[in-house]
Ligand binder design. Structure first.
Ligand SMILES: Cc1cc2nc3c(=O)[nH]c(=O)nc-3n(C[C@H](O)[C@H](O)[C@H](O)COP(=O)(O)OP(=O)(O)OC[C@H]3O[C@@H](n4cnc5c(N)ncnc54)[C@H](O)[C@@H]3O)c2cc1C
Length: 292
């Protein structure tokens, strides 16, 4: 199907983009990679009167560590994250997710920030951002706004981002000494969304887990922050298999998957349990420098 007619605006500055968004009064949509917006328009699930294309604005493609934070600009593509040496060396969970997110064509256009703005509980980056404690920096008519990634999604495809706000950058704390992370995803076929996926971050000091965070993808109406599962790990040994088993069980308990073409509910719940354990093992090995 073809999208309904719309006006196309190509600003060259954020101020211009913001003016166009405010002028659109709720009927305008920002476009970054267009890899979710355009399919939705073709299916007539979205029919914005105006599209504001961010791609002509310079300076939104930053992917670098500054003052202890990783800065990811609004136009950083999934593929740039996949190919970045900085990400490969310092943010293994992001590298894991980038390798299994959609397909190479979509990865070359779609953006990290667009994925967060989209608010899809099947989005891999929302889990990564929440698990790594990201800040979401936006601008609106009243100036700069900072949202926390953990409670950024408010309902399916809804986020804290106002309809008059532009997501400009995501900032992720740089890894601490002894930090390890991993993202494991099971997909029916290459290029598909997750049947279930789990992101894990732990910090290990002298063989003991001192911090943990766990996020779940596509097993509920929102990206799930499995806080109890993560808290159960703190103070445990990195070699404590029973602790990993218990964290997997708690993560499974908080998941709320529905049966669909990607599998029955029970299967997805069990995936959460197993993937949590496996991701913890990988994150643990990485925290101890034993695995890339
Ligand atoms: C076949 C297919 C398979 C896919 N598989 C996966 C997958 O496995 N995992 C996964 O995570 N994703 C997957 N995706 C989605 C893909 O990752 C998209 O790129 C991503 O969801 C949106 O990023 P985008 O830059 O393309 O955003 P756009 O399509 O440009 O925008 C998406 C939404 O976010 C809003 N928006 C975008 N940028 C901003 C901004 N800076 N400020 C405010 N609002 C903004 C738009 O207005 C729109 O509502 C898939 C998509 C397709 C078509």
């Amino acid at each position: 199907m073809l999208p309904s007619t719309f006006e196309y605006v190509a600003p060259t500055s954020l101020d211009e983009a913001l003016q166009a968004l405010v002028a659109g009064a709720g009927d305008a949509k920002i476009m970054s990679g267009g890899q979710s917006l355009l399919p939705m328009m073709k299916l007539r699930l979205a029919s914005p009167g105006t599209i504001i294309d961010l791609n002509g604005i310079a300076g939104l493609d930053t992917l670098e560590e500054v003052d202890g934070m990783l800065h990811i600009g609004a136009l950083v593509r999934h593929g740039e994250i996949e190919r970045s040496e900085l990400i490969r060396d310092r943010y293994p969970m992001m590298r894991d997710a980038s390798l299994h997110l959609a397909d190479p064509l979509i990865r070359n256009r779609g953006t990290f920030c667009g994925s967060l703005a989209h608010g899809d509980p099947a989005g891999d980056w929302a889990t990564v951002a929440a698990t790594l404690g990201a800040e979401i920096h936006a601008v609106g008519p009243d100036g700069a706004v900072v949202h926390s990634a953990i409670d950024f999604q408010t309902s399916m495809f809804e986020t804290q981002l106002g309809s008059d706000q532009i997501l400009v950058e995501v900032r992720i704390p740089a890894p601490k000494p002894g930090q390890g992370s991993a993202y494991l995803k099971i997909e029916r076929k290459v290029g598909d969304y997750a049947a279930a996926a789990v992101g894990v971050m732990i910090v290990v000091d002298g063989g003991t887990i001192t911090e943990a965070s766990i996020g779940l993808t596509n097993v509920g109406p929102l990206t799930i922050h499995a806080a109890d599962a993560a808290a159960s790990l703190v103070g445990k040994s990195i070699d404590d298999a029973a602790a990993f088993e218990e964290a997997g069980r708690l993560a499974m308990e908080i998941s709320e998957p529905s049966s669909d073409l990607r599998g029955p509910e029970e299967y997805k719940r069990d995936l959460v349990r197993v993937l949590t354990k496996r991701a913890l093992r990988t994150a643990g090995a990485r925290a101890q420098g034993k695995e890339a």
